[in-house]
Design a protein around this ligand. Structure first.
Ligand code: TYM
Length: 332
């Protein structure tokens, strides 16, 4: 059986990039795969977090998963720290991971910034914990946005290292699933930068919790260029902001970029932005309403997470036990 694992960090606002690049695709995949969707609170701790906000963020991401259409019965939804096997496996995998592999990870360089010596060991080891998340469940597929491709490749390398070291085909090599028209949603203020939770300008992103007026304002203020929209995809090449907005429109409406340009080629941005706002309101408004209703009942969210953790642990425990045995740890 093909099994999916993926996750989101419960840090700050969930934005359109998280939704279009990842969560929306998960909703489509849940019919064809056994799915495990995690709220990765341990990953969040690789950077400083306010404890109360971290807890609230964990519930909020859970609500977002469900509001977006993930079925908590069919899929497993849980928060990472509830299943301690993640950190146990991460250690065993860390012992197999050469430093050279971690030194190549571009995200660490970005997140650590100039003060590299002050960055935490957890931030450096972050990709190993991510590999453990995936491999603990022997997941075969990992649906993510473009930015995590390198991390999935590392998880494959680590799985291969384990299989070679112990001369058996234990871990499947997980494949990334990166698809849709918005695999890399860019900032609304700068089409060359990724839309990100950590951008200091809130106008760079559309959050899943933004109300209709704010969404309209952010789209109106989104950076564009002076030309009207082109008729072909090729003509979007040197126009990152236009390219980004066309991709967002296509993803929201579930159509191709070509179809968007057939409708809007030759038109100016103001009419395109009006149409984009309508799409954004339609999709996000629905999610926000459902999220608000779910968040009003934290007891229900916690029950979903507890049940999810039980189901996740039932898969994780025997896998971890096998890894421990293969690695030569005595379990008398
Ligand atoms: P995180 O929380 O940064 O992002 C969650 C998901 O959203 C995608 N994403 C984007 N997609 C398109 N455009 C963007 N601008 C954009 N920004 C974010 C990400 O690719 C991701 O799919 N370490 C991971 C979480 C994680 C995980 C895992 C994922 C932990 N363990 C195991 C898969 C498998 C993270 O921080 O994602």
């Amino acid at each position: 059986m093909n099994r999916i694992f993926s996750g989101v960090q419960p840090t700050g606002n969930l934005h359109l990039g998280n939704y279009l690049g990842a969560i929306r695709n998960w909703v489509a995949l849940q019919n064809d795969y056994e799915c495990i969707f995690c709220i990765v609170d341990l990953h969040a701790l690789t950077l400083p977090q306010d404890p109360a906000e971290l807890r609230a963020g964990t519930r909020e991401v859970t609500a977002a998963y469900i509001a977006a259409g993930i079925d908590a019965e069919r899929c497993i939804i849980f928060n990472q720290s509830m299943v301690s096997a993640h950190t146990e496996l991460a250690w065993l995998l860390a012992c197999l991971t050469p430093l050279g592999w971690l030194n190549r990870m571009t995200q660490f360089k970005e997140k650590a910034g100039k003060q590299r010596d002050m960055a935490g060991l957890g931030l450096y080891a972050y990709p190993v914990l991510m590999a453990a998340d995936i491999l603990l469940y022997k997941a075969t597929h990992v649906p993510v946005g473009e930015d995590l491709k390198q991390h999935i490749e590392l998880a494959r390398d680590i799985a291969g290292a384990f299989n070679r070291r112990y001369e058996r085909d234990f871990f499947p090599l997980p494949d990334p699933l990166i698809f849709g028209e918005a695999t890399r949603v860019m900032s609304l203020r700068d089409g060359t930068k990724k839309m990100s939770k950590s951008d200091t300008s809130d106008y760079s992103r559309i959050n899943l919790t933004d109300d209709a007026d704010l969404i309209a304002l952010k789209i109106r203020r989104a950076k564009t260029d002076p030309e009207p929209l082109p008729h072909t995809i090729d003509e979007l090449e040197k126009r990152p902001e236009a390219d980004n907005l066309v991709g967002i429109f296509a993803a929201l409406d579930g159509i191709s970029r070509e179809t968007v340009l057939e409708a809007f080629g030759g038109r100016n941005f103001s009419s395109f932005k009006d149409a984009l706002t309508i799409q954004a309101h339609r999709v996000i408004g629905d999610i926000t309403d459902k999220m608000r209703r779910l968040m009003a009942d934290p007891g229900h969210i916690d029950a979903v997470l507890r049940r999810g953790a039980e189901r996740a642990a039932a898969i994780a425990a025997p896998n971890l036990r096998q890894v421990q045995e293969i690695s030569g740890l005595l379990r008398p």
